[in-house]
Design a protein around this ligand. Structure first.
Ligand code: SF4
Length: 311
């Protein structure tokens, strides 16, 4: 049989195809407000705002202008595809509620937009924002920066929030029926494989989490991490091996929206220059998964079964 990654793990493209019945792309948008944690407290040790801002996104442009810049480029390479407005940079629930309502509304007014994805920190999720997001008639996903279930790791990362706040924000969003994605960082200084496994097992035990985004820790220039005396080293090879061992413990109905940190430019890094690219790493992971006969969720109550999604 065809050795496709999608036959062993629940990928985001499989999720989208299943939900919308066709290919769907995300258009990155900016509310225009700087992350309050970076502005007030210096931010997380790994934060490099350039890494999560698309070229066509700009804090100086209106939502309409950002869409007008981005959509033709997507259509040029992908055709007339369905689109999700992805408020992905900084902390996209930060700001007065009327301001946020206006921003999301401007995106949803565009007839090409079929849904909303909003990325944020757990401490900027409250009842008011959840009520607003759950009032929309289109699919809405909230992506929460969780990173780890261990408070010692959140402290090392200078996240400025606790794991308990992560739990509370997930409960709040889950009870309101929002689709929930969590971001994780693999390779946090002092975290062992056993620590990562505990995080994955906790995610699998949480009934509200629908998606996981894996990031491998990268040391960008001009970050607090880059200035540390003992910079952490997390080679891509280790990440691929860890992923292959963790996947059986991730419930099979939780979709994986990312496996690797995206848009890594070696020229932006101080350490761990990465050889190859995402396609090559995916291929290495795919080979390892088939060699070791790995299936997402096989060690949980819900093993992934590709036959639910593919004819
Ligand atoms: S919460 Fe996000 S945007 Fe804010 S400092 Fe941390 S990584 Fe940067």
């Amino acid at each position: 049989m065809d050795q496709r990654l999608e036959y062993r793990i629940f990928t985001y493209s499989t999720f989208l195809q299943n939900k919308f019945g066709e290919k769907v792309f995300r258009v990155g948008l900016s509310t225009g407000i700087t992350c309050p944690h970076r502005k007030n407290n210096g931010g997380c040790i790994f934060c490099n705002p350039n890494s999560f801002t698309g070229k066509y996104q700009s804090q100086d442009l209106s939502i309409k202008q950002q869409l007008e810049k981005a959509i033709p480029k997507i259509q040029k390479s992908c055709g007339d595809v369905k689109l999700l407005a992805y408020f992905q940079d900084e902390t996209s629930t930060y700001g007065r509620i009327d301001f946020l309502r206006r921003k999301y509304k401007q995106a949803l007014e565009d007839p090409r937009i079929e849904g909303l994805v909003v990325s944020t920190r757990p401490d900027y999720i409250n009842e008011e924002i959840v009520e607003l997001l759950s009032s929309y008639k289109v699919p809405v996903t909230i992506e929460i920066g969780m990173q780890s279930k261990h408070n010692k790791s959140l402290e090392i990362l200078d996240r400025g929030h606790s794991f308990e706040q992560v739990e509370e924000s997930i409960q709040l969003c889950g009870k309101a029926g929002l689709t929930i994605g969590v971001h994780l960082i693999m390779g946090i200084p002092n975290e062992t494989y056993a620590d990562m496994l505990q995080t994955i097992k906790w995610i699998s035990s949480n009934k509200f989490i629908d998606q996981v985004k894996f990031h491998n820790l990268v040391v960008y220039k001009n970050t607090k991490l880059a200035n540390m005396k003992d910079k952490p080293s997390y080679p891509i090879k280790t990440h691929i091996q860890n992923l292959s061992k963790l996947l059986p413990h991730l419930r099979g109905d939780i979709c994986i929206s990312r496996l690797f940190t995206s848009n890594i430019l070696n020229s932006d890094l101080t350490l761990n220059k990465f050889t190859g690219n995402k396609t090559k790493w995916m291929n290495e992971l795919r080979k390892l998964i088939y060699k070791d006969d790995i299936v997402q969720g096989s060690e949980t109550k819900v093993a992934y079964d590709f036959r639910e999604y593919f004819d």
